[in-house]
Write a protein that binds this ligand. Structure first.
Ligand code: ADP
Ligand code: ASP
Ligand code: MG
Length: 409
């Protein structure tokens, strides 16, 4: 008898028919004797619609109230799911974030989980019930409703699995697992049977939204076995596990893109000690996550500084930097939202030279200009024009022989 935490994403619960199918599938597990905690996302498109509604009032809705609003999406799914399960003759209780309870910090819109209580869930499981937990939401110290950031239901599921010491956490989604590239844009993408936590962390942080990055961090930290699989097709998906010796050490295991990046440049910054701190401290304090940073060699004591942030944080950061530029005597602040980041990832890169130059060669053959580069032990990322994202992803996928059709090169 296993304790399993399952998470079903927005598309998987996108209609009443689909919710009923999920209920049937969960009941199949119960019939085998498993105990089930089911985390659900809002029905597909719901979170976007709720945000849109608030933006009909103002471009900058109050973040506390926006969290109260967004959390309703998941409340709808868990209640409908519980109604479906009960109509099929099984017992089920839906629980919201505050009932479970999932404790977070106070950062509305991107709250971090601090502690997950398990007493209530364990008690209800003992009463032979299926538990449906609303994903994506929690409460802060003062019982305000918080949300975990877009895609955050994955994190709810893994955090619950860790706290409950579940035997398995299954992430059910609209694709069959984690692929060598987004299968929705790269038709030759290959499903990976296994991927290490390290590689999955890179995939997630570089933009493969199949798993939320914080869910992978939790899984790695608490050694939660994660299975990413399809809601619609009965097949084995991808196991996300600790790296081990038998694992295939592919030089490159995947190509990942992120269209949610924007570039900001401050020109003619006086090149003296303390300037980077003066520029970035207020940016970090505003909760903006800065990704790549490039500083040019200085000419006559002046330098250009370029970095990337998410498109979501772009306007706010530009506004902030215009003030900072004035204070430090820099020339001007330029922004570009028509960019994307394309990356290749693979643990085998540690032992292979020349992967980067191969990547640059592929992009150059497609006539794609690279405007920024960053590397780490197991990834290389390039900033390119957004309109070339799909082309670059497919070309790199092909060149590194990652697809079903190709032999590994
Ligand atoms: P859910 O609503 O189930 O949480 P998401 O839309 O958040 O689903 O994540 C699944 C999507 O992630 C897929 O539809 C796919 O387009 C995208 N994706 C991007 N990169 C990858 C990848 N390497 N492998 C699988 N899916 C990927
Ligand atoms: N409903 C939330 C979103 O759309 C959380 C999730 O789906 O994981 O981002
Ligand atoms: Mg998701």
């Amino acid at each position: 008898m296993a304790l399993i935490v399952q998470k079903y994403g927005g598309t998987s619960v996108g209609s009443i028919e689909k919710i009923k199918k999920v209920a049937e599938r969960v009941i199949e597990y119960c019939k085998k004797g498993d105990r089930l905690v089911v985390v659900l996302s809002a029905m597909a498109g719901q979170t976007d619609s709720l945000i849109k509604l608030s933006k009909e009032i103002t471009d900058t809705p109050d973040t506390r109230e926006l969290d109260v609003l967004m959390a309703t999406g998941e409340q709808v799914s868990v209640s409908l799911f519980a109604i479906a399960v009960k109509s099929m003759g099984y017992d089920c209780h839906s629980l919201l974030g505050f009932q479970t309870a999932i404790h977070t910090d106070q950062i509305y819109g991107k709250a971090r989980i601090r502690k997950v209580e398990t007493d209530r869930i364990l008690r209800e499981l003992d009463e032979n019930r299926i538990i449906a937990v609303a994903g994506f939401q929690g409460i802060d110290e003062r019982k305000n409703i918080t949300t975990l950031g877009r895609g955050g239901s994955d994190t709810t599921a893994v955090a619950l699995a860790a706290a409950l010491k579940a035997d398995l956490c299954e992430i059910f989604t609209d694709v069959e697992g984690v692929f060598s590239a987004d299968p929705n844009i790269c038709t030759h993408a290959r499903k990976l049977d296994r991927i290490s936590y390290e590689e999955m962390l890179e995939f997630a942080s570089l933009g493969a939204k199949v798993l939320d990055i914080r869910s992978v961090e939790f899984a790695k930290k608490f050694s939660v076995p994660l299975h990413v699989r399809s809601s619609f097709i009965r097949s084995e998906g991808t196991m996300v596990v600790a790296e081990n010796r038998e694992m295939e050490k592919a030089m490159v295991s995947g190509v990942v893109y992120d269209k949610n990046e924007a570039r900001i440049t401050i020109t003619k910054v006086p090149d003296r000690p303390g300037i980077a701190f003066k520029i970035f401290d207020p940016v970090f304090k505003a909760g903006v996550v800065v990704d790549m940073i490039v500083q040019n060699t200085s000419v006559e004591g002046l330098t250009d500084l370029t970095f990337t942030v998410t498109k979501t944080d772009f306007q706010e950061t530009i506004k902030l930097l215009k003030e900072i530029a004035r204070e430090i005597g820099a020339e001007k602040v330029l922004g570009d939202q028509n960019i994307a980041k394309v990356s290749i990832v693979g643990v085998g890169m540690r032992n292979h030279a020349g992967v980067a130059s191969r990547m640059f060669e592929v992009l150059s053959k497609e006539n794609i200009n690279i405007s920024m580069i960053s590397t780490s032990e197991i990834k290389i990322s390039c900033i390119i024009e957004e309109k070339y994202t799909e082309l670059a992803t497919r070309a790199l996928h092909e060149a590194f022989g990652l697809g079903n059709e190709n032999e590994k090169k």
